[in-house]
Design a protein around this ligand. Structure first.
Ligand code: GDP
Length: 533
């Protein structure tokens, strides 16, 4: 039997998504079980093992090893149900949020993992805010149902209240923790039976399903449990909004699934849901070309860099730029140009599979390829055949930490400038230069970014630099009428800086000062995020 998807053009078979969660909610466990369930990897532990392997390679970055965290984000590709899924892996450590945020710009949808006992946590909130910038559709997986959980309706309210997303339950759980029996499928009047996997189970298997109205269910649930489940499910149907695919795709509604990643329960249901509803690549707003957007079925090959990773070998200044393709059929050996006119022959593009990396002979819209280069590519660059396109919407986020770079040997100022600029281009931290005095201030969303910056400035550029507290704590990009901007700059000279692209930035001691200044200057806009032009 031929699958209905086999007739689709290659790009239309792509589903590119990321998993977002607060640390510890179970993102790594879910990633691993998605790959296992899809048959992309065989043994549990592979994701972590690969991470460790990567860590031993990246000797240059002691921080990664010492703190046991993986700084890098990569992509894992698997096939399921005739579609090709690109799972964008985001670093789990909360300090690395900037990297995570940017990775989301390359995703067409997201899975939000919540801990059933905790609901929406602070990092979840921030990440959903970022998804909102592009209205990325979000599918929700409420994890750890095998532990004592919050009441399902409380969890749905939490999503609704804290995230302002309409929560549409697709399932209704029966109990939680030791009383967890499975979930009712609200669309099919079926019950998905939870069975705790035993140690000698092989790869995950699909859970058994029984009819909710037949006799079999009574051997699984007690009369009280069944009555409680029926009542809950009925209430859910009455009170909660029904799933509306359009509203999901517009980023207003999230379908909600329940399960346990650790016990491999609910993962197949999630794979199915992704296959059914997750959007493939869509048109990407862009300028410079003959149309206002790049379409996935377009002829010209074009894509943008959302992440740059320095290579594992400290003796080579090699980098891998992760490029998300937006249109055309990429072929190995192709010549592509950046929007700033640099020409590159992409002779060894890398594709990332769950266990391996391979040279990519062809890639399509939705795919992510790694482009090795010697520093020519930076985050936000658009690569295309004509070099004319410029993709919109790769944001920089207002830093929450600012540190002044102070050099031990002032004669090396030029070196410092180069080092800081180069690392900022890679996206390690942001870089600002104060208009008065010309001091460099590095900005980050998380503290670890500053540590990585300091480590690499020392190791790779051999510079002794201290990163001192700066009088400022936060920054906002400012835009507005020229005369008003000039007046503001005149009034706040010492708080004005330029970022690496020359955009104007207002530095503030705290958030209160930002709002105070904002009130005083109503014609000026203070931006928390800046899109690369
Ligand atoms: P991450 O920080 O979001 O990547 O979270 P991890 O996947 O590393 O999981 C954090 C902890 O929660 C680990 O100890 C996991 O074993 C545990 N965990 C993950 N999923 C489940 C689950 O479904 N049930 C239970 N009981 N524990 C889980």
């Amino acid at each position: 039997m031929t699958s209905p998807t086999s007739a689709l053009p290659e790009w239309a078979r792509r589903r590119t998504f990321a998993i977002i969660s607060h640390p510890d909610a179970g993102k790594t466990t879910l990633t691993e079980n998605i790959l296992l369930s899809a048959g992309a990897i065989r043994l549990a532990g592979q994701v972590k093992a690969r991470g460790e392997n990567r860590r031993t390679q990246s000797d240059w970055m002691k921080i990664e090893r010492e703190r046991g965290i993986s700084v890098s984000a990569s992509v894992m590709t698997y096939e399921y149900g005739g579609l090709l899924f690109n799972l964008l892996d985001t670093p789990g450590h909360e300090d690395f949020s900037e990297d995570t945020y940017r990775t989301l710009t390359a995703a067409d949808s997201a899975i939000m993992v919540l801990d059933a006992a905790k609901g929406v946590e602070p990092r979840t909130l921030k990440l959903v805010e970022v998804c909102r910038l592009r209205d990325i559709p979000i599918l929700t997986f409420i994890n750890k149902m095998d532990r004592e959980a919050m009441d399902p309706s409380e969890l749905l309210d939490d999503i609704q209240d804290k995230l302002a997303l309409d929560a549409a339950p697709m399932q209704w759980p029966s109990g939680s923790g030791t009383r967890f029996k499975g979930v009712a499928d609200l669309e099919r009047d079926e019950f998905v039976v939870y069975r705790r996997p035993s140690a000698d189970d092989a790869d995950p298997v699909r859970s058994q399903r029984v009819s909710l109205s037949g006799n079999e269910i009574s051997s699984i649930l007690s009369t009280e449990e069944l009555a409680e489940l029926r009542e809950g499910a009925e209430l859910a149907r009455e009170v909660c909004p029904a799933f509306n695919p359009q509203s999901y795709r517009e980023g207003h509604m999230t379908p909600v699934y329940f399960g346990s990643a650790l016990r491999q329960f609910g993962v197949f249901e999630l794979l199915e849901a992704l296959k059914q509803v997750a959007p493939g690549p869509e048109a990407q707003p862009a300028t410079g070309g003959p149309a206002p957007e790049l379409t996935p079925d377009g002829k010209e090959v074009a894509g943008f860099v959302f992440k740059v990773q320095a290579n594992m070998d400290p003796n080579h200044r090699d980098r891998v730029a992760f490029m998300r393709l937006c249109s055309g059929t990429f072929k190995r050996g192709m010549k592509l140009k950046t929007d700033s006119g640099k020409l590159l022959t992409v002779s060894s593009p890398i594709m990332f599979f769950a266990q391996d990396r391979e040279l990519a002979d062809e890639a399509y819209a939705g795919d992510v390829i790694g482009v090795p280069n010697h520093g020519a590519l930076r985050v936000g660059d658009t690569l295309s055949e004509s070099g004319k396109w410029r993709v919109a919407g790769i944001p920089n986020f207002a830093p929450e930490l600012l540190r002044r770079a102070r050099l031990k040997d002032p004669l090396k100022a030029k070196h410092l400038k180069k080092a800081l600029e180069s690392l900022a281009e890679e996206g390690v931290t942001q870089l600002f230069r104060l208009q008065v005095g010309g001091d460099f201030v590095v900005g980050a969303v998380g503290a670890l970014q500053i540590d990585v910056m300091a480590e690499r400035v020392a190791a790779e550029y051999n510079l002794e630099v201290t990163f001192e507290p700066s009088p400022y704590e936060t920054a906002r990009w400012i835009t507005g009428p020229r005369d008003k901007l000039e007046a503001l700059i005149d009034r706040h000279k010492s708080a004005i800086a330029e970022d690496i692209d020359g955009a104007l930035v207002f530095m503030a001691k705290n958030a209160w000062e930002v709002s105070y200044t904002q009130e005083k200057w109503p014609d000026i806009e203070f931006h928390r995020a800046k899109e690369r032009r």
